[in-house]
Design a binder for this molecule. Sequence first.
Ligand SMILES: Nc1nc2c(ncn2[C@@H]2O[C@H](COP(=O)(O)OP(=O)(O)OP(=O)(O)O)[C@@H](O)[C@H]2O)c(=O)[nH]1
Ligand SMILES: [Mg+2]
Length: 136
Amino acid sequence: PVVAIVGRPNVGKSTIFNRIAGARISIVEDTPGVTRDRIYSSAEWLNYDFNLIDTGGIDIGDEPFLAQIRHQAEIAMDEADVIIFMVNGREGITAADEEVANLLFRSNKPIVLAVNKVDNFEMRDLMYEFYSLGFG
Ligand SMILES: Nc1nc2c(ncn2[C@@H]2O[C@H](COP(=O)(O)OP(=O)(O)OP(=O)(O)O)[C@@H](O)[C@H]2O)c(=O)[nH]1
Ligand SMILES: [Mg+2]
C-alpha cells in the first residue's frame, strides 16, 4: 500500500517522512517550499511494509511554481491508498489548510489528519480547532 503525506509548506511533512523511512532522504529546512516534487521510500511500521510519498507543500497563489508543486501533490494523492494530511498545531488553521482540505475532500481517499508541532503535553489543546476541517 501507498501512504502519501500532504499539507501546506513547512508543517513538517519531510521530517516525519524521514523519521518513518528511517533515513535522511528528504530535505528538511525551516523555509516553506523546500520539497518541490515527490519523494518515495519504502517503509516499515509495526511489521507492515508500505510505500511512503513525501510531497511539496500545497499553497494557494497562482504563480507557476506553486501550481507545479500542487500538481505533484495531486499525483501523489492519486497514487495513494491513504493520505496523511499534516497541519501545524502552533499556527492554527490557515487559508492554505482549507485549500488542501478542499482538494482532499474531492480525492475520496481515507484521510488521516495529523496535527504536528504539538511538542509537549501543555500544547495538546491546540488540536481541537482542527476538528472543524471535517476529518475527525
Ligand atoms: N517544533 C517542531 N518543529 C518541527 C516539527 N516537525 C518539523 N519541524 C520543523 O519544521 C520545519 C519544516 O519542516 P519540514 O519537514 O521541512 O516541512 P515540510 O512540510 O516538508 O516543508 P515543505 O517541504 O517546504 O513543504 C523544520 O525546521 C523542522 O525541523 C515538530 O514536530 N515540532
Ligand atoms: Mg518538505
